[in-house]
Design a binder for this molecule. Structure first.
Ligand code: ADP
Length: 290
């Protein structure tokens, strides 16, 4: 599903224009099917407001642009949001806070029954089991357990299972690695890579973590004050050091080292993933060019 956003603006508390600052200003962006797309920017730059437009959680305001997701025109009053939301999964920060049901089975199955009310019980359980196991948990061991009795990491996985149970083609995650330790973060991102290879053709990730963006995303957009200041590959974005710093962001570690070396007259060509950085250093050690 291709996502096209054209000249989108948004103002909270729309009625009182004198008192409010716009959260989004004339934002245009295309996200292609297949992208692992990063949305970056400091707090308050408009990232959450932007991504919530993609599944209609925030409606496009009158005369304030256009959002199209595949054939869904979100400016059309007749847009079928239920059908749209069954194809776009949203994972918010600390998704485990949204767990509510008495058992894991019930919690994960909730969204599925909402989107497919006619689904048969055994088919629903098959899909719930599949989702829980895709998230790296043993279904039979935890299906009847209260989600509140699980560990923090397990809770987050159960919450994600509840989103991916309908196999959304687009998965949007707002700061998904917040609060995880480095090992938990790496495991979690490997889970996203698995989803991307199987059902979630497009992944959109909102993050402050520039190392994560450099490592996993093929493209990203930088937000500042409700506007987009750059769109491109991580290599393109993080090579423009001045824009990144002007937007209040840090460089990924790889890009920071490349920048320091460049200032000392050593030019490294890499795409800022750790592997490409290490390969460039090895070329140097072997007497070749960086
Ligand atoms: P980010 O996700 O980058 O932190 P947001 O989209 O949450 O940015 O916020 C963009 C702007 O909109 C900020 O100025 C923020 O204070 C404002 N804002 C966000 N949510 C609300 C809200 N519910 N009511 C009023 N203003 C809001």
């Amino acid at each position: 599903m291709r996502i096209t956003v054209e000249h989108l603006s948004y103002r909270y508390g729309e009625k009182d224009k004198n008192l409010t600052v716009p959260a989004l200003c004339d934002v245009s962006l295309e996200i292609n099917e297949g992208d692992f797309f990063g949305i970056i920017g400091k707090t308050g730059s408009g990232k959450s407001t932007f991504v919530q437009h993609i599944n209609g959680l925030i409606k496009v305001q009158k005369d304030s642009g256009k959002v199209t997701v595949a054939d869904f025109d979100l400016t059309d009053k007749k847009c079928d949001y239920k059908a749209l939301r069954s194809r776009i999964g949203m994972v918010f920060q600390y998704p485990e806070y949204q767990l509510f049901a008495e058992t894991v089975k019930e919690d994960v199955g909730f969204g599925l029954k909402n989107f497919r009310p006619d689904i048969k019980e055994d088919e629903a359980e098959r899909l719930v089991k599949e989702a829980v196991e895709l998230c790296g948990l043993n279904y039979d061991a935890i299906k009847d357990v209260s989600p509140f009795d699980l560990s923090g990491g397990q809770k987050r996985r159960v919450a994600i299972a509840g989103v991916i149970v309908s196999k959304p083609e687009v998965l949007v995650l707002d700061e998904p690695a917040a609060g995880l330790d480095p090992k938990g973060k790496e495991e979690f991102l490997q889970l996203l890579v698995k989803f991307h290879k199987t059902f979630a053709k497009t992944i959109i990730i909102v993050s402050h973590d520039m190392d994560l963006i450099a490592e996993y995303c093929n493209r990203a957009a930088v937000f500042k004050g409700g506007r987009i200041t750059a769109v491109g590959t991580p290599k393109e974005i993080f090579s423009d050091y001045e824009n990144v710093i002007d937007c209040g962001l840090q460089l990924p570690v790889t890009a920071a080292v490349v920048k320091t070396l460049k200032e000392k007259g050593v030019n490294i060509d890499c795409d800022f993933t750790v592997n490409s950085f290490v390969a460039a250093v090895k070329r140097f050690k072997d007497g070749g060019n960086l």
